[in-house]
Design a protein around this ligand. Structure first.
Ligand SMILES: Cc1cc2nc3c(=O)[nH]c(=O)nc-3n(C[C@H](O)[C@H](O)[C@H](O)COP(=O)(O)OP(=O)(O)OC[C@H]3O[C@@H](n4cnc5c(N)ncnc54)[C@H](O)[C@@H]3O)c2cc1C
Length: 396
């Protein structure tokens, strides 16, 4: 049996960052995760950090590696009608986003926890939580039963959260939106095809030309949710991707061997309330967004920034009402990000059964976004997560 102040289920970005921020204020925590460190390190997921997320890593002392190994992206290309239109984040909101893989964020956070002697238990099994205790019970990596008793319990256990289920059904409000498409994702060993990310609308459906490193690139194209990667040869994938970005400007993707193929299903989801007694939910355990807006990882970090501040007030300053503020403060950002991700998704994807009117309306919407400063600024604010901060221009 271990006694700690905050028990955290999930050593993803939300769980590890929370544990790190709490430790800066001298608050002990124990983090448990049923995956091994190596498994998490090798799971390719997000790649875009808002400037505030990058600053949080640096300023809180996790690591400044993002500044050396990450790449600032000052905009994106919106591509439709076979032409690219740049949305310039620097000019519109004074902030870039950073290309820095989630795997690197995880490595930085896990190293920082190790450096600071944080208690993180990877590779556990049979996790269960007791919200009245409160406590986390599990079998550790060596097969021993363990119990962590705590003052507060945080569910940072991702989109299939077991903690979320502890909020009584009568009190839960789950809001969700399913989409009739998925993303076919590949990693290819090839140089970059464009300096920044390309979001392409085409009659064949959406494509995203993303990046990972100098030598490996991430690309996605809209597919049916039941697409089977085994049925897609490399030639067929390249043909589809090239067709979705083709245009009179002659833009062509740089091809290479495909080293990974996956089908990524997604939905929009918010679980409310974020707090039930001593249980608090953060990150994907509380909400998920379609990947189109690159918000998921950023929201996870934004949640725990708020939560760490309120936990400190509750536990150190004995402010018993402090945690009541968590839901309202976190959800304000969550719902803005939900709207942005939904908007980007529905603006760029081919909707099954769409009429000629629907397609022309989408193109009209895209032209409005790139053709007016107000439209481009709306996109730039959402993408960089600088909602409400860009009146005038932010300092460079
Ligand atoms: C392909 C893909 C691309 C994405 N691209 C972007 C992007 O560009 N930008 C962006 O911001 N977001 C992106 N996201 C979303 C982002 O990856 C997630 O939002 C982010 O990982 C959320 O962090 P988290 O800590 O809340 O949850 P997770 O990272 O899911 O971590 C939860 C942890 O809890 C552990 N866990 C779960 N259940 C238990 C249990 N019962 N017991 C113990 N441990 C448990 C899991 O092993 C996991 O390590 C993408 C996601 C995917 C899948």
């Amino acid at each position: 049996m271990t006694r700690t102040r905050v028990g955290i289920v999930g050593a993803g970005p939300a769980g590890l960052m929370l544990s790190h921020l709490l430790s800066l204020n001298g608050i002990d925590s124990v983090v448990v995760d049923h995956r091994s460190r190596r498994e998490i390190e090798n799971t390719v997921r997000a790649g875009i950090l808002e400037a505030d997320s990058a600053r949080l890593l640096v300023d809180s002392g996790v690591s400044d590696r993002v500044l050396h190994d990450g790449h600032p992206h000052e905009g994106i290309d919106l591509r439709f009608g076979g032409e690219s239109h740049r949305v310039d984040f620097r000019a519109l909101v004074g902030e870039p986003v950073w290309l820095y893989p989630q795997t690197d964020v995880f490595v930085d956070l896990a190293n920082a926890r190790e450096r600071d002697h944080g208690d993180v238990r990877f590779g556990v099994s049979d996790t269960s939580v007791d919200v009245t205790g409160p406590a986390i019970r599990f079998v550790d990596a060596d097969g021993h039963r363990q119990e962590v008793r705590c003052d507060l319990l945080v569910g940072a256990d991702g989109s299939r959260s077991i903690c979320r289920a502890e909020v009584p059904e009568a009190l839960r409000r789950h809001s969700s939106r399913e989409y009739p498409f998925a993303w076919f994702g590949i990693i290819t060993e090839a140089p970059r095809s464009a300096p920044e990310l390309v979001y392409a609308h085409s009659p064949r459906g959406f494509a995203l030309i993303s990046q990972r490193t100098e030598t490996h690139q991430r690309m996605y194209f809209q597919c049916s949710p039941d697409a089977d990667p085994a049925r897609w040869s490399d030639d067929r994938i390249w043909e589809e991707l090239q067709a979705r970005v083709a245009g009179p400007d002659g833009f062509v993707l740089k091809e290479g061997p495909i080293t990974e193929k996956t089908v990524l299903r997604f939905r929009s989801f918010v679980a409310e309330p974020l707090r039930h007694g001593s249980l608090l939910l953060a990150g994907d355990a509380a909400h998920t967004v379609p990947p189109t807006g690159a918000k998921g990882l950023n929201l996870a970090l934004a949640d725990v920034r708020v939560l760490s501040e309120l936990v400190e007030r509750a536990l150190l300053k004995k402010d018993s009402d402090a945690l009541d503020g968590y839901g309202p403060r976190a959800l304000d950002r969550v719902w803005k990000a939900q709207h942005f991700s939904y908007w980007m998704t529905t603006m760029l994807h081919a909707l099954p059964g769409a009429s000629a009117f629907d397609v022309q309306r989408q193109l009209g919407e895209l032209r409005s976004v790139v053709g007016s400063e107000a439209g481009s600024r709306f996109l730039a604010e959402g993408y960089t997560g600088s909602w409400g901060q860009s009146r005038g221009s932010r300092p460079r």
